[in-house]
Design a protein around this ligand. Structure first.
Ligand code: NI
Length: 181
């Protein structure tokens, strides 16, 4: 496995629409190790999710996993998720606000509104179809990562830029008390 370089805001690939993954690609061992590299890279940098365009491949691949880490100290855990060619449908008009960050947008957090509950359709890393519903933090992460496949970053979703904060100021002024522990 290898660590991949994470593209930062300003890199044109972050603004491109990612191509769907094909069955031919999925059966290529190199593609499977690319997915492993994405997982390793996400974990190395304490991310809860990573989308393929962030590591210079404009393909519809996202990975996500949450376990308590330094960047997200007070978030629910969920097991590793690898999704190819994902699509989401909102299941409710209820929106939830939360603070988001991004490995491609260094040192910033901002408040973003997302659908509280979604259904997710796509394929696993072996191209088996998957369908499930997600809510809360998992739903937020999936929406954030799928945005990357459509050339969007969380800044584009902010309706009020006044909450945009550097990490140190976020911790000092905005982080919920319980998360500081
Ligand atoms: Ni991101």
């Amino acid at each position: 496995m290898a660590l991949l370089e994470v593209e930062k805001l300003g890199s044109p690939i972050l603004r491109k629409i990612a191509e769907p993954v094909t069955l031919e690609e999925v059966i290529d061992p190199l593609f499977q190790s690319f997915i492993d590299d994405m997982v390793e890279t996400m974990e190395k940098f304490d991310g809860v999710g990573l989308a393929s365009p962030q590591v210079s491949k404009s393909k519809q691949v996202i990975v996500a996993r949450s376990n308590t880490n330094a960047r997200y100290a007070n978030t629910p855990d969920f097991p590793l998720l690898v999704l190819l060619n994902p699509n989401i449908t909102p299941l409710s008009d209820v929106m939830i606000d939360s603070w988001e960050g991004c490995l491609s947008v260094q040192d910033l957090r901002g408040k973003v509104s997302r659908h509280a509950k979604i259904s997710v359709e796509g394929f696993d890393r072996r191209m088996n179809p998957v369908f499930f519903e997600a809510e809360g933090f998992l739903a937020i992460v999936i929406q954030h990562e799928i945005d990357h496949l459509n050339g969007k970053v969380f800044l584009d979703r902010m309706s009020d830029l006044s909450t945009l904060s550097h990490l140190a100021e976020f911790s000092r002024y905005w982080m919920p008390q319980s998360a500081k522990a």
